[in-house]
Design a binder for this molecule. Sequence first.
Ligand SMILES: [Zn+2]
Length: 147
Amino acid sequence: MSENEILKIENKEDTAKSKMQERRTFGLPDAIIILLAAILAVGAFIYFKQIRQEGTTVIVAKNNFEMYRIDLKTVDEPYDLIVDKEHNIVIHVESDGVSVISSDCKDKTCVNTGKISYDGEAIVCLPNACTVYIDSDKSANVDAVLR
Ligand SMILES: [Zn+2]
């Protein structure tokens, strides 16, 4: 290693140290900016949550044929429902969402999807042609108007 290279390394260490010192001088404007950013982030989160309104109707369909329609607003206590005895498909219904907890399919994609709670979300079990999806009140109302 030449002397020049050693000097370069030392210089790098120096700049790293001075950068750390710069960070330590933490002024009031920085605190305000960080606080504002935090408030914005929380605000955006709440806004986003409100936009993504929780759906209220769970529809279970088999081969595109509607088997069950569950209004989550009427669910007080979580319960399990066997929607397909032949394939042992069991869904877990809660007031804030639904999940597939059992199925005889090999891939278990439906079970691994976990809980869905929002309008438009779906759990699909391709091997058993079973679909569980959330339909919000809004679209139900639109349907009613159209009919
Ligand atoms: Zn499946």
